[in-house]
Design a protein around this ligand. Structure first.
Ligand code: ATP
Ligand code: MG
Length: 557
């Protein structure tokens, strides 16, 4: 699916018209994360949309940290967000920007509203303010402080700014309409006292603007033409417009809303993801089980797969939940096309080839990829002992079992045909070795007797391989909607979301595997070397995803 073959979505249509009719000279969008957590797959939708539109229409997209709340924000998050946006393949225009860059201007505009008689300092406590606000059905009541004079308000706001008052003792509110059906217009708070240092502005300020007061004005300062946000801000739009109309801003941005991404079996809320980290359910924001961009990256998912997924889900104005199988489909599709092939035995069983010369090693060659000639061929050392998967051998089996059976033949992938002659067991009766004969005339051709083995199994040289650990991840949650209807999402964390296999044997070429680069372990799935754990001698491989493609199958039904 490409943008050319897909019908335009509503935002593309709006922008095309705005440009055609000259309402806008140049498209300017922004991606405005709050630096209070790492980016997740939901943010990817917004990033692909904002940066994608800018690219498509020859405009620009800014990266703006929406850092109005010093309590929850940190520099670590700022750096992680920049890294993730770049990794996803997008360049922001100029330097990264910060809402805090505009605190002086925003403060002046707050004073401008006071001077116009459109803002006042209110001394209601937060509880009282809640009572005065009214409900969806009942109008609010005017604050007893609403009619303070301009002079008094200017004086009080200056003293708030100077740190004379305690947190929560007063706030600056826009004077709009306490009876407005839209609660956002009932004299919203525009500045509150917070005696807290800020990661960008240090201790310069002890009053901070609200999100609503900061966002549209920051858009105006940056000349954003289309301020694209998620649907929950639809009710804030009249307020967005009210500030723009009532302030001497340098541009007239407009807000547009689209449906946020919801994925089943997943939570996409920074607050909840932070809880998983803080409470030790996962090993950091970049844990490969996390739906964060850094987690997906560490798991071996490529930026192209995420962009493809965002293209597949499209952009609409109606909320719906996307099947996580669609993301898995995009990941698998990308890896199938691009990941080099390799072999890795997860649970090794020793096979001795009794008629192969002792001490001999030959190098076999195997394709890097079944159709991608540009991926280099692999060298596979072959010798008298090899490992196969324990589950690929049975003493007896019916015809459906197309692997190695005692007395029967199987092909070792990219190598010879072997026949199982004898089984060696330990005292506990477990199979510890299989003695086989190898048909040395079967490399790249059928055996001379014309009997073609039905099965092909993967293997690794027992003398020359990489000893490794393999981590198999399952879904983080075992409920489809872990956080629906106020449920405690922590209760549906899947207890079996990680299985660690040790003593796995991978083909020797994987000693050079780069972290996070995907490989298909033939017959097993897609894997990448972990960037955090493991050593040069003993790498750790993460399973990105299995081979099976259940989502596409269901679509085909
Ligand atoms: P969270 O609930 O995870 O904290 P947020 O919306 O508060 O999300 P922000 O950092 O404020 O997070 O978001 C930055 C941008 O990403 C916003 O424009 C927001 O609308 C968008 N965004 C966040 N989550 C999603 C999502 N699930 N789908 C699409 N866009 C999203
Ligand atoms: Mg937020």
């Amino acid at each position: 699916m490409t943008s050319e073959s897909k019908p335009a979505h509503f935002l593309q249509n709006i922008i095309r018209e705005d440009l055609a009719e000259g309402r806008v000279d140049q498209l300017t969008t922004r991606f405005p994360p709050e630096p209070n957590g790492y980016l997740h797959i939901g943010h990817a939708k917004s990033i692909c949309l904002n940066f994608g539109l800018a690219k498509e229409f020859g405009g620009q997209c800014n990266l703006r940290f929406d850092d109005t709340n010093p309590a929850k924000e940190e520099e670590e998050y700022v750096n992680a967000i920049k890294r993730d946006v770049s990794w996803l393949g997008f360049d922001w225009a100029g330097d990264a920007r910060y809402t805090s860059d505009y605190f002086d201007q925003l403060h002046q505009w707050a004073i401008s509203l006071i001077e116009q008689g459109k803002a006042y300092v209110c001394d209601l406590s937060p509880e009282e303010a809640r009572e005065y606000r009214g409900t969806l059905k009942a109008p609010g009541k005017n604050s007893p402080f609403r009619d303070r004079s301009v002079e008094e308000n200017l004086d009080l706001f200056a003293r708030m700014t100077a740190g004379e008052f305690d947190e929560g003792s007063c706030s600056l509110r826009a004077k709009i309409d306490m009876a407005a059906p839209n609660i956002n217009l009932r004299d919203p708070i525009i500045y509150r006292i917070k005696k807290m240092a800020h990661h960008q502005t240090g201790d310069k300020w002890c009053v901070y603007p609200s999100y609503d007061f900061a966002h549209g004005q920051s858009d105006a300062i940056e000349g954003i033409s289309h301020s694209i946000c998620t649907l929950e801000f639809e009710d804030h739009k009249p307020l967005y417009d009210w500030f723009i109309e009532n302030l001497p801003v340098p541009a007239l941005p407009r807000q547009y809303e689209f449906a946020r991404l919801q994925l089943n079996y997943t939570v996409v809320s920074k607050r909840k993801l932070k809880q998983l980290v803080d409470e030790g359910f996962v090993d950091g924001w970049d844990d490969p089980r996390m739906p964060t961009l850094s987690g997906l990256r560490r798991r071996g998912v490529t930026p192209a797969a995420i962009r493809q997924f965002c293209e597949m889900i499209g952009v609409t104005r109606s909320d719906s939940t996307v099947d996580v199988g669609m993301l898995e489909y995009a990941i698998r599709d990308d890896l199938d096309k691009n990941a080099p092939r390799a072999m890795c035995v997860m649970a090794p069983l020793k096979v001795t080839l009794t008629n192969y010369p002792e001490g001999q090693q030959e190098m076999l060659s195997a394709p890097g990829h079944p159709v991608r000639d540009d991926l280099p061929a692999r060298e596979l050392p072959f010798s008298k002992t090899v490992y196969i998967e324990q589950e690929d051998f049975r003493e007896e089996a019916n015809k459906k079992y197309k692997r190695l059976v005692l007395g029967k033949k199987v092909r070792l992938r990219n190598a010879y045909v072997i026949k199982a002659d004898e089984v060696v067991k330990n005292d506990a009766g477990e199979i510890v070795e299989v003695l086989c004969s190898v048909d040395l005339d079967s490399l790249g051709k059928d055996p001379a007797d014309g009997v073609k083995p039905k099965g092909v199994i993967h293997w690794v040289s027992a003398d020359n391989n990489v000893d490794c650990e393999v981590r198999l991840y399952d879904r983080l949650f075992n409920e489809e909607a872990p956080d629906a209807g106020g449920k405690n999402f922590l209760e549906s964390v899947n207890p079996d979301n990680l299985q660690i296999l040790t003593g796995c044997k991978a083909e020797i070429g994987l000693a050079q595997a780069e972290p996070e680069k995907g490989y298909q372990f033939e017959r097993n799935g897609y894997f990448c070397r972990d960037s955090k754990y493991g050593s040069a001698e003993k790498p750790v491989f993460n399973r990105t995803i299995g081979l099976r493609d259940s989502w596409a199958k269901e679509q085909g039904k």
